[in-house]
Write a protein that binds this ligand. Structure first.
Ligand code: SF4
Ligand SMILES: [Zn+2]
Length: 437
């Protein structure tokens, strides 16, 4: 087992217990009773201008529960606060996929109404909508098939999935079910461009070659391929995060992706950076090199987010023009979270930069990125940012940085046995000659 899989399993231990307890209890219930219970819930729904995000209520991410133990991607937590309901839904899924499908569809209708009025783009999705265990064919049919959810067809249907689930067989089925619907985009998490980093730090369980294959297959079937990448990598320095973001966008562009969605890292409790914040924010070793920053630990600075976007615009304008950034807003997320800021949350620059970034998607005044980065120094938070960047220079390259964080993480999580786990991380680091980061 990799170092990061051990770490993420540990972070999810309490939620795992809650989830499977709810599952065991629900298994004892009568199937009709279970159905009635879940048919009453309301799906999470976030409307934006021209776009609705509909997160249908399933039993959770199948990748997270793949071995019967909750783990998953280290930066992700869309589940911890829904564990009881989702554990119970897993029991309904096992007992009767048809009733599970109907209950999930009811959740959509309880929120949006029957025959909902669509916006231009409707994102209707589970965690991995091409995983037919989480989304059995009965459910795919209910959501995307001929029993229309909407009063008229949305212009674009967006569906989220894991790139590893994009197979010829699944796309053939989806295409058949969605017959007559023309513009369909499939969105998947790429997070970073590098296999080692994605495997050993993000715990994504997804190789570049699978992403390349997914893009090719989607195009063959006439679907749009949308890849998500991170601005802000848990545990890395601000500068490393900027570089990884730009390299990831450029790599995705090079393999023919149609659209790139940049997600600025937010902080949730059951994530790698959430753990580092809870347990290591005052750790001396990490404070010395700027990898812990007390209250700020685990959140990218807004200067970093603007600079990352700006650097992509300056250096790779063609890639930039297919890139959008998700809204920075803790309210538009199904889990309690905190978003980035500069030296202090109270400084007026927090609102200034967040409003600026959120409006940029709509006003498209991209030249302003060059102007705004030029004026960073005028902000009173900048001095502290500059000092942090200097401290973080001591971290070395990305592998060195991960070893620094990994050592303190191991001590904090695995106590007297910490060396055994840390050794797994050390052994995973490539030889100097093979390093790419
Ligand atoms: S990022 Fe996606 S695949 Fe990874 S754990 Fe979260 S929902 Fe599952
Ligand atoms: Zn400020």
């Amino acid at each position: 087992m990799t170092f990061i899989e051990k770490v993420v399993r540990k972070i999810w231990e309490p939620i795992d217990a809650e989830y499977f307890k709810a599952y065991e209890e629900a298994k004892k219930k009568d199937v009709d009773e279970l159905f009635k219970l879940h048919a009453r819930t309301k799906m999470k729904y976030y409307p934006y201008v021209g776009l609705n995000m509909n997160y249908v209520d399933t039993y959770g991410c199948p990748y997270r529960s793949k071995n019967g133990i909750l783990s998953g991607c280290s930066m992700c937590d869309y589940q911890s606060e829904h564990a009881k309901r989702q554990g119970s839904l897993l029991a309904l899924r096992e007992k009767d996929p048809k009733l599970y499908a109907l209950a999930v569809k009811r959740g959509f209708q309880n929120t949006r109404g029957e025959r909902a009025v669509p916006q231009v783009i409707e994102n209707i999705t589970g965690y991995d909508s091409l995983d037919f265990d989480e989304m059995p064919e009965e459910l795919v049919e209910e959501l995307y098939g001929k029993n229309e959810l909407f009063s008229e067809r949305p212009f674009i249907y967006n569906i989220e999935a894991r790139a590893a689930s994009v197979t010829r067989e699944k796309l053939e089925k989806l295409k058949k079910i969605m017959k007559g619907k023309k513009r369909i985009s499939i969105e998947f998490g790429v997070e970073v461009h590098d296999d080692w980093l994605r495997d050993n730090w993000i715990n994504k369980g997804l190789a570049n070659k699978e992403i390349i294959q997914a893009v090719e297959l989607l195009h063959e079937f006439g679907f749009t391929a949308v890849g998500n990448i991170l601005i802000g990598i848990p545990g890395l320095t601000e500068k490393q995060s900027i570089k990884v973001f730009v390299d990831s966008a450029v790599w995705l562009d090079s393999i023919g992706i149609d659209k790139i969605v940049a997600l600025p890292l937010n902080r949730k409790k059951h994530t790698l950076h959430g753990y580092i914040y809870e347990n290591l924010r005052n750790n001396d070793e990490l404070l010395k090199v700027g990898l812990a920053q007390k209250e700020h630990t685990g959140l990218p600075w807004l200067f970093t987010i603007v600079e990352a976007f700006s650097e992509l615009y300056r250096k790779y304008p063609d890639t930039f023009h297919k890139t959008v950034m998700t809204e920075i807003n803790p309210e538009s997320n199904s889990i309690t979270n905190e978003v980035g800021y500069n030296a202090s949350r109270e400084c007026s620059c927090a609102e200034k930069y967040i409003t600026y970034l959120n409006e940029l998607t709509f006003n498209k005044e991209f030249d302003s990125l060059l102007k705004i980065t030029d004026t960073f120094k005028e902000d009173k938070c900048y001095k502290e940012y500059d000092e942090l960047l200097k401290r973080q220079e001591k971290c070395g390259n990305i592998y060195d940085t991960i070893l620094i964080v990994g050592k303190e993480l191991s001590k904090s999580m695995f106590k007297e046995n910490w060396k055994d786990t840390y050794k797994i991380l050390c052994e995973s680091i490539p030889n100097p000659i093979d390093r790419r980061l």
